[in-house]
Ligand binder design. Structure first.
Ligand SMILES: *Cc1c(COP(=O)(O)O)cnc(C)c1O
Length: 454
């Protein structure tokens, strides 16, 4: 395949491909790199240029690109079985992975429902919570608490529980209504003037409590990104916040749906953010890191309590009538099993400790730059918000695309980055070496200086 020259590949891309989240008028005809190879923390294009992958193939990659052990697990699986189905059959990989996921999940989560991507994993959680309440004899509990600035995916159901206007506003007439709770986005929060994430978090909790108390009889569930609102700009929740949310869900008989699609699989320094916070959600959605960034796979985990509400005679129609064609695909499950093996054999979480400390230090150092308004950090996640004026927190107009320009500048330093508006995202493969992390942060710093100093 790669014998085609770069110009031909770009032409085919421009002529036939429609890219996600992309204004194609800007894309077509631009000299976009055509990635043909991957190696460790690097992506390599058709001209042989190497880019340090600062966003881990859109927040999915764990052990680096083309990791030998995962490649081998996939090759071995392909020669045994490519796919069967979980509708009426099972397969060895899907069964083994379900057990392994339950072993590492926050205690109490004991059943695994597979799908193929993060949006469906959340949507399944929403449907499960809804049907759970019906089958508990609580037909009035049909609504969901969702958060401002939340992102749970792009299908209609997962958009409904999202809260990012630029992505979701157009589709509003299509979406089911939710009860919106405030994000802990201190920076933009109107609840208090504190601009102190800790205080802000507590004010947000008060408002959440008020909403839950008011709406309890009609609430089926609450959908939350634990620890960090990812696509919303890497907004980090204050310590203790999640525990309080769990308590409120218990108090008001509301199922807690935790979307760990972005933060699961080691990203926060712990295997799962909920476990790090000392809580077990009723439903947990996993995807991005699950197959180490190799193949589309997702899982929605739940507790015995929820599972049991679906138990009965067939004629009672308590079955969870949901399923995707590629559910439990054995090749994807084999990749996920190899991923989990590597967490152990490479002592991945232990090895993150110094990298997390270094990332934190470098992010804080960036506050010395005049146009860095805020830095956010959790585990191996960084967010750097660029502002026109730090004192007044006056943002750059979105039309100026400062984030995009910094990321394009970073290409000159051999980095691949993808921003969230004016927030520069740091989300490298967890396997990144200390030296590479230094190269990444040096390049980001230089690129910010170059663009914001203009
Ligand atoms: C990426 C993401 C999703 C959506 O996952 P897809 O695989 O893109 O559908 C859902 N929730 C969170 C928190 C995410 O970061």
């Amino acid at each position: 395949m790669h014998e085609l020259d770069t110009a031909t590949l770009r032409k085919y891309d421009s002529d036939y491909l429609w890219h996600p989240f992309t204004q194609m008028s800007e894309w077509e005809g631009a000299d976009n790199p055509v990635i043909t190879h991957g190696e460790g923390s690097y992506l390599i294009d058709s001209d042989g240029n190497r880019y340090l992958d600062g966003v881990a193939a859109l927040w999915t990659n764990v052990h680096g690109h083309c990791k030998k052990e995962i490649n081998e697990a996939i090759k071995e699986q392909v020669d045994r079985l490519e796919h069967s189905t979980l509708l009426g059959l099972t397969n060895d990989r899907a069964a083994l992975l379900a057990k392994r996921l339950v072993d590492i999940a926050p205690s109490g989560l004991c059943k695994v429902f597979y799908s193929d991507n993060g949006s469906t994993a959340v949507e399944i959680g929403v449907k499960m919570a809804f049907q759970y309440q019906m089958q508990q004899g609580k037909p009035g509990k049909t609504k969901f608490i969702a958060f401002d600035n939340a992102y749970h995916g792009d299908t209609v159901g997962s958009m409904s529980v999202g809260g990012i206007d630029i992505y979701h506003a157009t589709y509003k007439p299509l979406l089911f209504p939710t009860i919106k709770a405030p994000s802990t986005y201190c920076y933009r929060c109107s609840l208090c003037e504190a601009r102190d994430p800790k205080r802000c978090g507590m004010e947000c909790l008060k408002e959440l409590e008020r909403l839950m108390e008011e709406h309890a009889p009609e609430l089926a569930g609450l959908v939350i990104e634990p620890a960090v609102q990812g696509a919303g700009g890497m907004i980090v929740q204050p310590e203790g916040y999640l525990k309080k949310v769990r308590e409120l869900c218990d108090r008001y008989d509301v199922l807690m749906v935790a979307d760990e699609v972005a933060v699961g699989f080691g990203r926060t320094g712990a295997m799962f953010a909920c476990a790090k916070a000392g809580i077990t959600p009723d439903i947990m959605a996993l995807s991005k890191g699950i197959s180490a960034g190799y193949l589309p796979l997702a899982a929605t985990l739940t507790t015995r309590k929820v599972y049991d509400a679906f138990w009965g005679e067939y004629a009672e129609l308590k079955t969870f009538f949901h399923g995707h064609t590629f559910t439990g695909n054995p090749i994807a499950c084999a990749a996920a099993l190899a991923n989990l093996d590597l967490f152990e054999s490479e002592r991945l979480l232990e090895n993150l400790v110094p990298k997390i400390a270094y990332l934190k230090e470098r992010l804080q150092g960036l506050l010395a730059l005049p146009h860095v308004g805020d830095v956010r950090h959790e585990g191996m996640i960084g967010g750097i918000e660029l502002v026109r004026d730090r004192e007044s927190r006056d943002p750059y107009p979105w039309e100026e695309r400062v984030g995009v320009r910094v990321c394009l500048e970073a290409r000159k330093h051999g980095l691949f980055l993808r921003p969230l508006g004016n927030v520069i995202v740091v989300f490298p493969p967890l396997s990144i070496s200390m030296d590479e992390l230094k190269i990444l942060m040096d390049g980001i710093e230089k690129s910010i200086v170059a663009i914001t100093g203009e």
